[in-house]
Design a protein around this ligand. Sequence first.
Ligand SMILES: C[S@@+](CC[C@H](N)C(=O)[O-])C[C@H]1O[C@@H](n2cnc3c(N)ncnc32)[C@H](O)[C@@H]1O
Length: 306
Amino acid sequence: MNNNPQKNGQNSRPKQSRLTSYISNGENTREIEYAILAHPIVKWAGGKRGLIEKYKPYLPKDFNKYYEPFFGGGAIFFHLFSIGRVKEAKISDINSELVNMYKVVKTKVDDLVEELKSGKYLNDKDIFYEIRAEEPEEPVLRAARLIYLNRTCFNGLYRVNKQGKFNVPFGKYPKNVKILNEENLRNVNQCLQDVELTSEDFEKSVKDAKEGDFVYFDPPYMPLTETANFTDYTSKGFGIKEQERLAKVFKELDERGCYVMESNSDVPKIAELYEGYEIKKVHARRFISSDPNGRGGVLESLILNY
Ligand SMILES: C[S@@+](CC[C@H](N)C(=O)[O-])C[C@H]1O[C@@H](n2cnc3c(N)ncnc32)[C@H](O)[C@@H]1O
């Protein structure tokens, strides 16, 4: 047990001054909220970092608690936090390795930084495959491994095989690719101090959301074409049944008086599932096969109940 308060709390700033500060014009002193600038720690498939400017006009100005149950890299949460709009939040993702990493950043950031600075985590092919084969159980080691693999694997993908083992190949980034961004990890640590973190299914995660709360859903998208995936009713992945269950939860939250926003693909099935709601079309720049230079883009749906 470590008795160093800074190490235990792993928080360099006292809690009280984290979100509030005071300004004075000589006559009045007023409490203001200040925000912490933090960015996603991991690159994540479907990450929204590049779409924030397009989403900004549609984000509610004021809300009570923020829920993000398909958290991934959390680009929208970090944006909202950085502009001081998050008062209380619950974030979750079904991927327990990912949620373990956020829990470690929240409670053991010093240990995590120390581990990532240990000299072990180098962008080298042989080292990559050695670390990929490891199966640490200790939470800090699991978090360091996840960050390392995310920074060095092909396209920052997260994919596991049937045995649950991470199987993305080495990514061939420049030798000096930045694996540890200490400043950002410490800023994320500050952001997460009062945030509830869980690894659970989206439906369970939002069951306590109330009137005035804001729920942002960014699920695995409905496929653009009728591939095997699209008709795969039984797969454990996010198939059509899951999309239908999500649409039902969206409606329940709407009826409860929550602000609800969802990103999904621009396909007729989505228009059908969310009939009656406003669906904005957002131009997303994504690689598409007919445009090998990736200059084109696709339209995505942004479904709003407000
Ligand atoms: C499109 S990604 C989210 C991207 C994220 N918004 C970002 O900016 O990085 C979808 C996420 O949903 C998670 N997920 C898949 N099925 C889920 C479920 N049933 N409940 C909760 N999370 C789920 C995946 O683990 C993945 O991280």
